[in-house]
Write a protein that binds this ligand. Structure first.
Ligand code: CP
Length: 304
């Protein structure tokens, strides 16, 4: 495998190294501004995106490279029936690296098997979103100074939330991290994630439906959107969509140094009155996403 499909491909030391490079990019952006002159990234987005696509594109531009791609598969030959395998064989003729988002779980893995350049999974269905996880880890490291010894609450759609699955895959490898999994019964974390990640690693976790009870214990609160596009029934979505709405008032029992993350986009699950709270980090998280993607592109292209 040339690219990055699942965060678990990276060892803890590789993740720490990427975080180190991202921090160096933040401190010394001019040092990196021509590193990828003459190189191209192709962003192949078969599903909507604002942050991930534009942060990959900004990342490549800020490294001195350039960008090709599509943001709507209807404007590509996928609409004529071209397979992902053929598409990436073609794009490998034009670009040095590919970032792909696809609604089908496993599509970026297939792409990485057929491409002759590295493929980065920019989100596949309800499966994984490894670069969002890298953005989350960089944010937690910068805000808390560590990735160990903390209680992380993940709240909302833990069933379909691919960012949750990837974050558990990464943070379960750091010592002293306890998880509180906060969701309605219908949106609990999949059994496969519990078995393959949490149980296999001996992680400490509890499941609850109560954000209020969990709040005072948390060092990190990771809010998520209820993923409307993954529901088979609109009625079920309507019933569950407002399961958790974080407001400034609900933060009164939270630790002073707790941090609130959200991969965004948000719909209703964080009230705008939380945005001005110093514990709210979700817009910093977006910016961190660009820096860590810069570090990842450099790594996958073998550029120091
Ligand atoms: N966090 C995230 O994946 O956002 P986009 O869907 O806008 O890319």
């Amino acid at each position: 495998m040339n690219g990055l499909i699942d965060i678990q491909q990276l060892s803890v030391s590789e993740i720490d190294e990427l975080i180190g490079v991202a921090e160096d990019i933040i401190a010394n952006p001019e040092k990196y501004s021509q590193k990828l002159k003459g190189k191209k990234i192709a962003t192949l987005f078969y599903e909507p995106s604002t942050r991930t696509r534009l942060s990959f594109e900004s990342a490549m531009l800020e490294l001195g490279g350039s960008v090709i791609g599509f943001s709507d598969s209807d404007s590509s030959s996928a609409s004529k029936g071209e397979s992902v395998a053929d598409t990436v064989r073609v794009i490998s003729c034009f670009a040095d690296i590919i970032a792909m988002r696809h609604p089908k779980e496993g599509a970026p893995l297939v792409a990485d098997m057929y491409a002759t350049v590295p493929v980065i999974n920019a989100g596949d269905g309800g499966h994984y979103h490894p670069t969002q996880t890298l953005a989350d880890l960089l944010t937690i490291k910068r805000e808390k100074g560590r990735l160990t010894d903390m209680t992380v609450g993940l709240c909302g759609d833990l069933k379909f939330g691919r960012t949750v699955h990837s974050l558990l895959g990464a943070m379960s490898r750091y010592s002293g991290v306890d998880f509180i999994l906060i969701s309605p019964e219908e949106l609990k974390i999949p059994e496969s994630v519990k078995t393959d990640i949490l149980d296999r690693r001996g992680s400490s976790y509890v499941e609850t439906a109560s954000l209020t009870e969990a709040m005072p214990k948390l060092d990190i609160l990771y809010m998520t959107r209820i993923q409307r596009e993954r529901f088979a029934s609109e009625d079920d979505y309507q019933r569950l969509k407002d399961s958790y709405i974080l407001t400034a008032d609900k933060l009164k029992d939270a630790k002073e140094d707790m941090r609130i993350l959200h991969p965004l986009p948000r719909v209703n699950e964080i009230s705008v009155d939380v945005d001005s709270d110093p514990r709210a980090c979700y817009f910093k998280q977006v910016l961190n996403g660009k820096f860590i993607r810069m570090a990842l592109i450099l790594k996958l292209l073998g550029v120091k």
